[in-house]
Every structure is written in structure tokens, then in C-alpha cells.
Design a protein around this ligand. Sequence first.
Ligand code: CO
Length: 306
Amino acid sequence: MTTTLTDPAPSVTPDAAVHNPRAVERLVTGQATRDGDGVKLTRVLTQPLQRRLDPFLMLDAFGSDDADDYIGGFPDHPHRGFETVTYMIAGRMRHRDSAGNEGLLENGGVQWMTAGRGIIHSELPEQEQGRMEGFQLWLNLPAADKMGTPGYRDIPTGEIPELRLAGASVRVIAGASHGVAGAVQKAHTEPLYLDLHLEPGATFEQPLPAGHNAFVYVYRGELEIDGGAARTSVPRERMAVLANAADRDGVRLQAGPQGARALLIAGRPLDEPIAQYGPFVMNKQAEIFQAVEDFRAGKFGVPPGR
Ligand code: CO
């Protein structure tokens, strides 16, 4: 093997280009609802979309300057069979769980919790005024991991890798973008979770495996998705489901005149049956009955309390 004294010139990441971008299959408006102890939120990814957006089960967006909309928080409640990924844009939320974990989730930070065979947790605001804004995504676990050990990881904002391109900065929460590896890498579902900050008119593209399900959720400004033959405008607070086709290799988008901030989320589908009852997501109904029984029998551990 030959060695050279000079470093090779930096090269463009070979897989960063998109040649034949995906079109938008449909735009989705979330459903306004309340959850936990009266927290006002928008359920963007609802149960009827779970098959289509497998392995993702739910996406909630919350954002309010009015403490009445969030002050109740989410007191003790159980989960089994999947993962919750909470991303705070603004505000402070305290997490405590039956596995003995405790953490403070703050501006720009992420909490990645694996419920596995069962966890009871509370998520409570640690502020009485000011803005509370963020997202909670539910990511399914493969059948083989649903009864695994519960886990929890706090990722403070400073530990989320950031990619800088002309007119764009990208926070890489999971997966990888243009050669920047995200804070979280996962086998099986290979989730990609990007928070895009785009200046007015800026473009961004991201290669995506054709079989992975993908969507974009715009939370500031607006953007256009260039699907080759068709361009689709995506206004604020809309989710664009990206069409899957064997010959399409990624997504290409452009911010509107006010710029845009958006989540780009993608993952490999599990293609396994989904049985859900509230905070329990398993494969079969019998496993749901078992989850309810185990929870009632105290097998999820001691609740952390309010
Ligand atoms: Co929860």
C-alpha cells in the first residue's frame, strides 16, 4: 500500500445527490386534540396512517405561549412495545420513569426512550409561563425487540450534529445526511430524523432508499417539494407524505420566500402486524391483553409519581 504525505482533496459525498426525486403523494392536516393532563397538541400522524408510514406510529406537534395549554403535562402513564422520541424546540420538560431515570429536556434537546417490555413515565413542564414547543414521534420496534429491556437517552442540544450547507443548516437527530452521522443510529428501521432550517429560497436534497417510508412536516414558513414532473407547495403545519417508487432516489425541496423549518423523517418499514391499544403497541391482540394485565399487576415497575 502506498502512503502519501498530503491529504487527498475533500470530495463530495458520493451518495448526496438526488437524480430522480420523489413526488408528494398527499398532504395531511393534523387533528387538534388534547392528551395527558389536558395538553393541547396536533396529532399529525394518526392511527389510519400507521400502515402507510410504517415504522412510524404517531407524530404529535405541540406549541403554545399559553401555560394553560401545557401546564398539566403528562403525568404517570405506561408504554410497551415501541420507542418515543421527544424533540423540544422551546421550553423545559422533566422526565422521570419507573426504571429510575430522570432528565430535563430543554431547548433543542432530544429524549429517545425505548419502552421495550414496559415503562411508566411522567413528562411534566418545568416552567409556569413562556413558550413550550416541540414534537413527539413514536417509532415502532421489531417484534423481536418489543419485550426488550427499557432504555432511555437524553441528547442535549449540543450533542446533535449539525450539517451546514449554502442557505441551510440541518440538525441530524438520527441517520445521516451528506456525510454527517446523526446522534442516533438504529438497526432494523434505520430511522432518518432531520430538522431542516432553510433560508428564503434555499434548496435541500436528501437521498432516501426507495423502500423507506418518508414524510416532511413544515412547522415554520413554507416550502415546495420538487417531484420532478410536479412541484407541490407544503404550507405551514402540513405533513407531506412522499410517494415510494423503485426509480425515485430521494427528496428535493425548496424553501418559500420566508424560509422554512421542517422535519424530514424516513425509515425502513417493519411489515409486521400492528395491534395498538393506547400506549401499548404490539403485533397481536393477545399481546395487548397481556400488556394490560402486566401493567395492572405492577410488572412495569413503580410509577415515578407526579
Ligand atoms: Co409517554
